[in-house]
Design a binder for this molecule. Structure first.
Ligand SMILES: Cc1ncc(C[n+]2csc(CCOP(=O)(O)OP(=O)(O)O)c2C)c(N)n1
Ligand SMILES: [Mg+2]
Length: 560
């Protein structure tokens, strides 16, 4: 190809996405995707990150998008894309723009009806597209003459709805030159993702300010969408100007620093922390639900959030709503900016109880346990760190835990697919330039995706990984009863895994006493490299919760 030749479809796609400032692609190669694999490897702005499998790649892309704002995932047709689907669905639930590129059999093969690998042998080539597209908010089937327009549409919609985009390209089209004039895009930070109807915006701002001026007590609750849309700065400016008190939910924990002077704690119904935060939020004259809170069980204390719809203003992604009053065509960003201009300081609200650091317990010779592990985890965190929480018992301990200044938090409360945290940590660590990435995972979850450690070692990233070894799917016992063999795990030697996967420079330890845990944390804190610490947790901790609480949580409280 001479330097003046137009790019191929594959080259155009990857370069147009690199314009967004995304600097890597997570994936697994495959023959139908070779034009993309080649184009990515040739693109100086992109690095290929070879994940151990497509599900891991999707989780890693999810993690990267949580910090950078968008990411790229590349798989082959059928077998590759279907393996990635669970991870991409998780990104859809978390509202993350992941560009999901799939290479498919050439149109020449398709037109001849030839039976090829990665098909059902029926000569049908479009039966997986609807499955993959269901995990996305926009999808496209590219050709040389639609690729320029289609890439603009796909990028615009993925960013506007903050959700994955599916891009499928037959192999022969991927290798053809594009037809038309290429478009050079802007970096993500310079893109306004949604625009407002000016009249709707003005009316909504006036309406909201009327409610603000009539309220004596106001609480704001940001959702994860504030982070997904890249609006943390705008939201923080609103907090600083208005002095509004705010609470997080499990899904939005760590979006704004928990040491912010206006921070109240974690609002999740009867599991709120501090516990009186539930009544403080629910008795406020006005609540700003920023982004749209998701009333999912874990995010709402098993549906025990009781926000009065007549006192809760939802600043949605493209609307503003209070009760039956709805303003449509309003970008969340514009609303935050306009309210910041208009709002004066409001009276703070307060909880009687304050969140505090966990008490440091445990003598050096004590066996490691949840009681002595989490205070030490909390103490080791420092500004810039991102704490990643896997679904399972550790999530229950970490969501109420107060985070030190400037510490981020990532979990998957809504989608809750165990195994997510290990590869997501890879993506988060690669995007997080501010500090360390520290993950806590249960052993059962880790067994699903532990092979991504080899990829972490290969690319030289330096996460700190805690694997809690109770040899059980412990949380399942907590929510049901002991004795089922299906909750027992194969007994792995976790601390030996990194070495077996080629991570020869890693600091690895298995700790079963408090003294060993303290020594391992001290080493990880000072070690210039990745650390992997296997912490023994007694299986006896995972006892069933009292029947009354089980009934409350899992039976009586389930809405009809
Ligand atoms: C993909 C997937 N499969 C199954 C489940 C059901 N599940 C939820 S938590 C859990 C057990 C987690 O065990 P572990 O990671 O060891 O954490 P522990 O509670 O023991 O600390 C399982 C199997 C799930 N959430 N996601
Ligand atoms: Mg376990």
């Amino acid at each position: 190809m001479s330097s003046n030749a137009p790019p191929t479809v594959a080259e155009y796609v990857v370069n147009r996405l690199a314009d967004l400032g995304i600097d890597r692609v997570f994936g697994v190669p495959g023959d139908y995707a070779f034009p993309f694999n080649d184009a990515i490897e040739k693109c100086e702005r992109l690095e290929w990150i070879a994940s151990a499998n497509e599900l891991n790649a999707a989780y890693a892309a999810d993690g990267f998008a949580r910090v950078y704002g968008a990411s790229i995932l590349s798989t082959t047709y059928g077998v590759g894309e279907l393996s990635a689907i669970n991870g991409v669905m998780g990104s859809k639930s978390q509202r993350l723009p992941v560009f999901f590129i799939v290479g498919s059999p050439s149109t020449r093969i398709q037109r001849q009806g030839l039976v090829t690998h990665h098909t059902l042998g029926d000569g049908v080539f479009n039966n997986f597209q609807s499955i993959s597209a269901a995990a996305c908010c926009v999808s496209t089937n590219l050709t040389p003459d639609n690729v320029i327009d289609e890439m603009e549409r796909v990028i615009r919609d993925a960013l506007k709805f903050s959700a994955p985009a599916y891009i499928i390209v037959p192999m022969d089209y991927a290798l053809m030159p594009i037809i038309g004039t290429p478009i050079k895009g802007a970096p993500l930070a310079h893109i306004k993702r949604a625009k407002s109807d000016p009249a709707s915006l003005a009316a909504a701002v006036n309406f909201v300010m009327g409610k603000v001026n009539a309220a004596k007590s106001i609480v704001a609750i940001p959702s994860n969408l504030v982070a997904s849309y890249g609006l943390i700065k705008q939201f923080t400016e609103l907090l600083d100007k208005s002095k509004m008190s705010f609470a997080a939910t499990p899904m939005s924990k760590g979006v704004v620093s928990e040491s912010h002077p206006n921070y109240l704690g974690l609002y999740s119904g009867i599991t709120s922390s501090p516990s009186d935060l539930k009544s403080v939020v629910e008795s406020a004259d006005l609540v700003f639900d920023i982004g749209g809170l998701i009333p999912e069980d874990i995010n709402s204390g098993n549906w025990t959030n009781k926000l009065d719809p007549e006192k809760t203003i939802v600043l949605g992604d493209h609307f503003v709503k209070l009760g039956s009053t709805i303003f449509s065509g309003i970008a969340l960003e514009d609303m935050l900016v306009e309210l910041t201009k208009r709002m004066s300081p409001v009276a703070p609200v307060q909880t009687a109880k304050k969140l505090a650091a966990l008490p440091m317990v445990g003598a050096p010779s004590d066996a490691t346990s949840s009681a002595n592990f989490y205070p030490r985890l909390q103490k080791m965190l420092r500004s810039g760190d991102v704490l990643v929480a896997e679904t399972g018992t550790c999530m229950l301990y970490m969501t109420p835990m107060l985070l030190p200044d400037g510490v981020g938090f990532q979990g998957q409360a809504l989608w809750g697919s165990i195994g997510w945290a290990t590869p997501a940590t890879e993506g988060i660590c690669m995007a997080n330039k501010a500090g360390r990435t520290i993950v806590v995972t249960g052993d059962g979850s880790h067994q699903l995706t532990a092979n991504e450690i080899g990829t972490m070692g290969r690319y030289g990233i330096k996460p700190i990984i805690f694997v809690l070894n109770n040899a059980l799917y412990g949380v399942e016992i907590v929510v049901s009863e002991t004795g089922w063999k299906y909750d027992d795990l194969a007994k792995w030697n976790y601390a030996q895994l990194p070495a077996a996967m080629g991570c020869s420079e890693w600091f690895c330890a298995k700790v079963s006493t408090v003294a060993e845990l303290d020594a391992a944390i001290e080493k990880a804190n000072s070690f210039d490299g990745a650390s992997y610490i296997e912490v023994m947790i007694p299986a006896s901790e995972s006892q069933p919760v009292p029947v009354a609480l089980q009934n409350h949580v899992y039976k009586s409280n389930i809405p009809n």
